[in-house]
Design a binder for this molecule. Structure first.
Ligand SMILES: *[C@@H]1O[C@H](CO)[C@@H](O)[C@H](O)[C@H]1NC(C)=O
Ligand SMILES: *[C@@H]1O[C@H](CO)[C@@H](O)[C@H](O)[C@H]1NC(C)=O
Length: 424
């Protein structure tokens, strides 16, 4: 394929022109052919790294392959610092009281009829394995580069600013828009919320819509530490419009460290029921059945690890303390709420929805909610948050409204349709 054997000096002047053209074309086509070759090789190498040999594979109705991988073979153990790590099979502390396996089991059974990941209809993973959503070639090819797959873009940091010290130049940075509630100014050792689950419409594949908890440490500059968990719709990441459970972590403001789900080594999973990145089903419908999920993230202050629980009984696993700098101690800010990417297609605001796609004013059954939002204090207790602030870049596009009552504790409605007459 190398074009070196062409010798233009032997050719006449007119021929030379034609020849140069052929030369250029062949160069071009060579480059075009070679590019995908190395790309393909890179992709396959990456897939080999990510996808561990499964004990069993379950095909989900949404097209996902769920690999049941032995717990000791999970991606976390590719990390040099985790080579000799002894997996912690349970946290030392649990903010909801002492850990009781029987209680957890009976609660789990009660909820099984409602709380589902779609792949469960075709089987479960055996003990001592963890379910991992298999990464397919097309998943990686949708990313801007192999290296970026599973990561957020540097310029698209999620919690873009400290709301109180809002720098107008930063607020609209990279088109990310939020409608959130937050607390700051204390030491936090975790957070919990029950969040309404919807399937917001995404206008463009490169946009996403998510609803999550942020556990934050450090400043919103180069070294932000963040642990994130919730649900998201992200066509670029997953190849469809399904609502999926996700986690994210970074210790350098979304630059070199961290990733979604288990797409890099970091999070250590111990649970064999719940797959990160898998579809959640069912989702809520307007003026119809409402579904929500509970997520709790807390710090085991003895070992320093940050644990995550899904629902009331599924302790998924933990982020080891050494992954972080600020969060190795505690969090300095907690945020709850929604985020979308507004890529301004056609120079107009995106019509990508946040939450249910409806504004907070509409209330239950129509607008999306977070209820019973709580923080974990130094004594490892779940507490009502104090001095809750709210933040949104453009309340005419996506808004947030807080409230409290005895049933729902502190709650808020959030979201919106994006583009509309007041948000052109
Ligand atoms: C996702 O939804 C958009 C419209 O919101 C649609 O154009 C697109 O085809 C959908 N993608 C898939 C994979 O279903
Ligand atoms: C963000 O940009 C929009 C539209 O350009 C503007 O109306 C809004 O005031 C900006 N938000 C802030 C907080 O500066």
């Amino acid at each position: 394929m190398a074009p070196a054997h062409f010798s233009t000096t032997q050719l006449g002047i007119t021929l030379k022109g034609v020849f140069l053209l052929v030369f250029a074309i062949s160069l071009l086509s060579c480059a075009a052919a070679r590019q995908p070759q190395t790309q393909k090789l890179k992709v396959h190498k990456h897939l080999k790294r990510l996808n561990k040999t499964p004990v069993k594979t379950i095909q989900s109705p949404d097209g996902d392959m769920i690999d049941c991988v032995h717990i000791s073979k999970q991606p976390a153990f590719d990390h040099p610092f985790l080579k000799d790590h002894k997996i912690q099979m349970r946290p030392n502390y649990h903010p909801e009281g002492l850990y009781d396996d029987n209680k957890v089991k009976s609660e789990t059974n009660e909820r099984e009829s409602t709380l589902k990941q779609l792949w469960h209809v075709n089987g479960m993973c055996p003990e001592d394995t963890i379910p991992i959503r298999r990464t397919k070639e097309e998943d990686v090819l949708r990313a801007s580069s192999v290296k970026r797959y599973g990561k957020k873009y540097k310029s698209t940091a999620a919690p873009r600013i400290m709301p109180k010290s809002a720098d107008p130049d930063l607020v609209n940075e990279s088109g990310h828009q939020h409608a959130i509630a937050y607390v700051e100014g204390d030491k936090y050792y975790g957070a919990k919320a029950t969040m309404n689950v919807w399937e917001p419409k995404i206008q463009q594949p490169n946009e996403f819509s998510l609803s999550q908890i942020w556990i934050l440490g450090g400043s919103f500059g180069e070294d932000l530490n963040s642990i994130e968990a919730g649900w998201q719709v992200s066509p670029d990441l997953y190849g469809d419009n399904n609502t999926r459970l996700f986690t994210y972590w970074t210790s350098d403001a979304y630059q070199a460290t961290g990733c979604y789900n288990l797409l890099c080594s970091g999070f250590i999973q111990i649970n064999n029921n719940i797959a990160m990145g898998a579809s959640i089903s069912p989702v809520s419908a307007y003026r119809n059945s409402q579904y929500d999920i509970s997520i709790l993230v807390w710090k085991d202050q003895k070992e320093g690890n940050w644990w995550m629980q899904f629902g009331n009984g599924y302790v998924l696993g933990y982020w080891p303390s050494f992954l972080f700098s600020y969060l190795a101690d505690s969090a300095s800010m907690i945020e709850w709420g929604g985020e979308v990417v507004n890529s301004e297609p056609d120079g107009q605001h995106t019509s990508t929805q946040m939450g249910s796609g409806r504004f907070p004013e509409e209330g239950f059954g129509k607008s999306s909610y977070f209820r019973n939002i709580q923080v974990v204090d130094k004594e490892n207790n779940l507490k009502s948050p104090k001095d809750i602030g709210t933040f949104t870049e453009q309340s005419n596009c996506y808004d947030v409204q807080t409230g409290s009552n005895s049933d729902w504790g502190h709650y808020f409605y959030y979201g919106g349709p994006g583009r509309n007459p007041n948000c052109p």
